[in-house]
Design a protein around this ligand. Structure first.
Ligand code: HEC
Ligand code: HEC
Ligand code: HEC
Ligand code: HEC
Length: 176
């Protein structure tokens, strides 16, 4: 009886430990991905992202259109209000405890689509796709896009995945 209880206790500790591990994936910010994902021969993902719509999403919240939308909704400052930053920035979209070095100003950055990078960012892990997935790397899907591209957006435009994915594509030309 006692050994059975000890066994169950050990199992609980094991699973709780596993859950705690998962929570250890933290958001490190696009500048940490930059050094390795900047080479044109490999697709310079950092530069493509920087020129694309997501990197500028926080700047958008400071423009006149945003001020107007916010005023109509009774929101004083769209650049700090959770009702706007929860989709316009990676930092504003996750629990503050999960932020390591990511910055609000980077808007919607790499980790909103690829998962929190604190544990997979090492070169040897990154080169091993299966290992990287165990360490927090996520495969971007249509469902993931729609956590932000949905009718809760005050300026919602219909979201066709294939079309929209092509507009932000940053493939590695050295692969197949
Ligand atoms: C120390 C260098 C390094 C850092 C830092 C780094 N990466 Fe990588 N990354 C790599 C290498 C190397 C590969 C494998 C490329 C290959 O297969 O040719 C890779 C592959 C990837 C892939 C493709 C995985 C797949 O599905 O095959 C993604 C997505 C990715 N990195 C995202 C990120 C993000 C997001 C960050 C920042 C949070 C980041 N990387 C930081 C080196 C790095
Ligand atoms: C964390 C929230 C978030 C996620 C996840 C997200 N987006 Fe976005 N996306 C935004 C915001 C906010 C804008 C508006 C940026 C601006 O104009 O300042 C935007 C703009 C865009 C635009 C340009 C505007 C348009 O509708 O044509 C494209 C294209 C786009 N996203 C594609 C995608 C794709 C594809 C995915 C999934 C792989 C995705 N997004 C995931 C928040 C997100
Ligand atoms: C809005 C979502 C989104 C953001 C932001 C984003 N990516 Fe991606 N990324 C994708 C999608 C979608 C793919 C294609 C996945 C596929 O083909 O399965 C991709 C593919 C990749 C690949 C693999 C390329 C290949 O051909 O093997 C790398 C590397 C990568 N991204 C790195 C980054 C880095 C670094 C950043 C930030 C500087 C970033 N991504 C920002 C959605 C995003
Ligand atoms: C549910 C996620 C979400 C929320 C919440 C959200 N946005 Fe956005 N925002 C987006 C996306 C996605 C886009 C890209 C266009 C679209 O809606 O399809 C966008 C685009 C924009 C644009 C550019 C419009 C254009 O036509 O390019 C402005 C301005 C904007 N948002 C302001 C705001 C303000 C202000 C708030 C808070 C009151 C807010 N957004 C809340 C997701 C969101």
């Amino acid at each position: 009886m006692l050994t059975k209880r000890i066994f169950i206790f050990a199992l609980l500790v094991f699973f709780a430990g596993g859950t705690l591990m998962a929570q250890n994936f933290k958001y490190i910010g696009a500048s940490k991905c930059k050094m390795c994902h900047l080479k044109p021969a490999k697709g310079e993902q950092y530069n493509v992202w920087l020129k694309g719509p997501h990197a500028g999403a926080m700047k958008t919240l400071a423009n006149e259109e945003s001020k107007k939308i916010a005023a109509e909704m009774g929101i004083a400052d769209p650049t700090t209000d959770p009702a706007c930053i929860k989709c316009h920035s990676t930092v504003g979209s996750v629990d503050a405890k999960l932020i390591a070095s990511a910055k609000m100003a980077e808007g919607v950055s790499c980790e909103s689509c690829h998962g929190a990078g604190s544990m997979y960012k090492g070169a040897s892990i990154m080169k091993n796709r299966d290992l990287a997935m165990q360490k927090g790397l996520v495969d971007p899907t249509e469902e993931l896009c729609k956590t932000c591209h949905n009718e809760e957006s005050p300026t919602y435009k219909p979201f066709n995945y294939a079309e929209k994915a092509a507009l932000i594509a940053h493939p590695d030309p050295s692969k197949k």
